[in-house]
Design a protein around this ligand. Structure first.
Ligand code: SAM
Length: 292
């Protein structure tokens, strides 16, 4: 009979027990694929390992560990399983409404006052690109309605290169379209069988690239050259990480924001303590903050 050893991790919510085999699995991923699990919520990793054990039909954690070591395609699959890449256009409609009605007009008014014709945006942890294209549509709609023109330096990044390839292709199913308005769908997409393809004029507005938000050697994607962003969206990414790694990411984002720049987080996310002082929540209904 296998003895079960528990390891204890310090989490904000207290200590959490992890099975020894699960720890071995994570150590294996670290040595084989350089996957640094230390910043992730351990409970989430546990759930996803368990889920994978069931999916491959292993009867015990130990049997799954054997499977992992003997099948070269399993380690990347397991890492992929840790990440939920689910996204959709205009996810959290109220936040996007606020962007369209308040944030974008305010950014443009400030730019007009300072005779600055460039707007810098970063969608960090953009997944398949729905978030970035949603925002690009809102800017385009505003430019057309108000008959103004600004250069958009719009960067959208994710650390998963496979996802970024898909974002560049801009091909979506109806699953991503639940919050889409018919007018925008007709204007910015072309139907291709069961899918919807982003039209070139929208695609050209966003530059997709890979970037790891945990990279300790930079504050912003190298493509953007420097930060100074007027608007950063980093939504439903912080939830994966423990306090220490959330701190690392927020340090980067706050530093990359221009003075009075806007940061938008996911609906269930709040800035960890040191950053609450540096940010002012713009609306009590949405996780939109202004850099003080
Ligand atoms: C749930 S999705 C959120 C997508 C989109 N922001 C939204 O709210 O709909 C989380 C994304 O964060 C990305 N991600 C996770 N860790 C990351 C890291 N260290 N650096 C960059 N992106 C990361 C994942 O690949 C995934 O695409």
């Amino acid at each position: 009979m296998h003895s079960i050893v528990f390891c204890f991790f310090e989490l904000p919510s207290g200590a959490f027990k992890m099975k020894n085999t699960h720890l071995k699995i994570l150590e294996f991923l670290k040595s084989e694929l350089n996957f640094d699990y230390s910043g992730y919520h351990i409970a989430m990793l546990e759930r996803r390992i368990q889920n994978r054990i069931v999916n491959v039909g292993s009867t015990t954690s130990e049997a799954y560990f054997e499977h992992l070591q003997n099948n070269s395609d399993e380690p990347p699959r397991l890492i992929k399983n840790f990440m939920i890449n689910v996204s959709q256009f205009f996810r959290d409609p109220l936040s996007f409404e606020l962007l369209a009605k308040v944030i974008i007009p305010d950014i443009i008014a400030a730019k007009q006052r300072s005779h600055d014709h460039s707007i810098r945006i970063w969608s960090a942890g953009c997944s398949y690109g729905e978030e970035a294209y949603s925002l690009a549509m809102l800017f385009k709609e505003y430019f057309d309605k108000e008959k103004v023109h600004f250069n958009l330096d719009f960067f959208a990044t994710d650390f998963d290169s496979r996802i970024i390839e898909k974002a560049r292709k801009g091909l979506y199913t109806s699953m991503s379209m639940k919050e889409m308005k018919l007018g925008l769908l007709n204007k910015y997409f072309t139907e291709r069988g069961e899918s919807y393809a982003v039209r070139p004029e929208l695609k050209e507005m966003v530059q997709f690239s890979t970037y790891d938000l945990l990279d300790k050697n930079s504050y912003a994607p190298s493509e953007s050259v420097y930060g100074d962003f007027d608007l950063i969206l980093c939504r439903n990414v912080l939830i994966y990480f423990n306090q220490e790694f959330q701190d690392l990411i927020l340090k980067k984002l706050v530093r990359s924001l221009a003075s009075k720049g806007i940061l938008m987080l996911g609906e269930s996310e709040v800035p960890v303590a040191p950053y609450r002082e540096k940010l002012r929540q713009v609306s009590k209904y949405c996780k939109i903050f202004e850099k003080k």
